[in-house]
Design a protein around this ligand. Structure first.
Ligand code: PMP
Length: 364
């Protein structure tokens, strides 16, 4: 039988069981209003309270200073790939720079190229996207508009450490696949963004933390909906926001605060899960290959292969007998990928490791 607990999908993926229970109830009738959450007006006092709470909980969990605006946006991270250069790369003298470290950062830089004269600060493609650069050692122009990178490459399973110091050039970071998985020093970044469908909730909403200093650089004349000031000024209620997604995101932030005990505790759990899975894969010797080079292994996405498509497919079939789902690698890379987002429990990872060990024995 398939189970939400054993969903290792790259996203949308697993959500905490208690959140799913509350969301199920809310679809029929919200305890606070007696109405379905799906029919709640985005102008209702109830929803304005949810928006306030979502922002408050994120500020508290991540230690976000007041200097940063928090917006709940639509269009996914892909729309921000386009709107970030439209908003912040407006001077011909200050080009934005991009780190190409995998599938998603390459998508971001390709989009920027369509909008402005961006530059690639580092390219991991020739090396097959198996490693990451040291960000503070990159030769980035002092007057670059910003440096963009993806903190966790969801497809290849590569993850940057959180920078320890504030860089000279504004850092703009796509944290779609590791936001809320570990503590963050928000003050190091000019802007951080993450769509919901990994660690935050269902697809439909994208969170952006933006230093107000950056907002002051936005040129006049952009269409309102593409101008990042608009949702800040309208408290994420300029047009109809995805009420349900933002509601579930709020439930997830409550879960992180009260059941998990904050992001330092979440990080410890995530470290234990990743250690367990990588340990199992490493113990299988040459039978499996992890895509990422060791120092850059992600705690969120583990991309690996048995080195033979038939064996990869056979493992997916054998894991499904244990109720495990979502192990297919991304279409651009193939192979297998186990995503260990916040709601995937250590016990689910144990089940996956047992399935791997059993399969390894059977196939030598
Ligand atoms: N960035 C990263 C790191 C991602 O993993 C993804 C999708 N999985 C995207 C951006 C694209 O996001 P969206 O589908 O919300 O546009």
């Amino acid at each position: 039988m398939k189970s939400n607990n054993l969903n290792f999908s790259g996203g949308p993926g697993a959500l905490p069981a208690s959140v799913l229970d509350e969301a199920r109830e809310a679809v029929v009738s919200l305890p606070e209003t007696g109405l379905s959450v799906l029919g709640m007006s985005h102008r209702s006092a109830w929803f304005l309270g949810i928006l306030d709470e979502a922002e408050r909980n994120l500020r508290e969990l991540l230690g976000v200073p007041e200097r940063y605006a928090i917006s709940f946006l639509q269009g996914g991270s892909s729309l921000l790939f386009a709107t970030i250069p439209m908003n912040f790369a407006t001077s011909v003298f200050a080009r934005p720079e991009y780190v190409n470290s995998g599938y998603w950062s390459s998508r971001a830089s390709a989009e920027a190229k369509r909008v402005c004269n961006s530059r690639i600060a580092w390219d991991g493609k020739p090396g097959g996207f198996r490693e990451l650069p040291a960000l503070h050692e990159l030769a980035v122009s002092r007057n670059a508009a910003y440096l963009h990178y993806v903190s966790n490459e969801t497809v290849e399973g590569l993850q940057f450490a959180v920078p320890e110091t504030k860089p000279e050039v504004p850092f703009i970071v796509d944290m779609s696949s590791d936001f809320l998985s570990r503590p963050l020093t928000a003050g190091q970044f000019a802007m951080v963004y993450a769509h919901a469908q990994k660690n935050l909730g269902p697809a439909g909403v994208t969170v952006a933390l933006i230093d107000r200093e950056m907002l002051a650089r936005i040129p006049a004349g952009l269409p309102h909906i593409l101008d990042l000031r608009t949702q800040v000024e309208h408290r994420s209620n300029y047009n109809t926001p995805p009420v349900f997604s933002i509601y579930v995101l709020t439930l997830v932030t409550r879960w992180l605060r009260s059941e998990i005990g904050g992001l330092a505790a979440m990080q410890l759990i995530n470290e234990a899960k990743a250690r367990r899975l990588y340990g199992t894969l490493d113990a299988m010797g040459g039978a499996v290959k992890v895509h990422a080079g060791r120092p850059w292994r992600s705690q969120m996405n583990v991309a690996f292969t048995f080195g033979d498509e038939r064996l990869d497919r056979a493992f997916i079939a054998s894991a499904s007998e244990h109720g495990i789902v979502g192990l297919e690698g991304h279409r651009s890379l193939g192979g297998l990928r186990a995503s260990l987002y916040n709601a995937v429990t250590l016990s689910a990872v144990e089940t996956l490791c047992e399935a791997l060990a059993e399969f390894g024995l059977r196939h030598g």
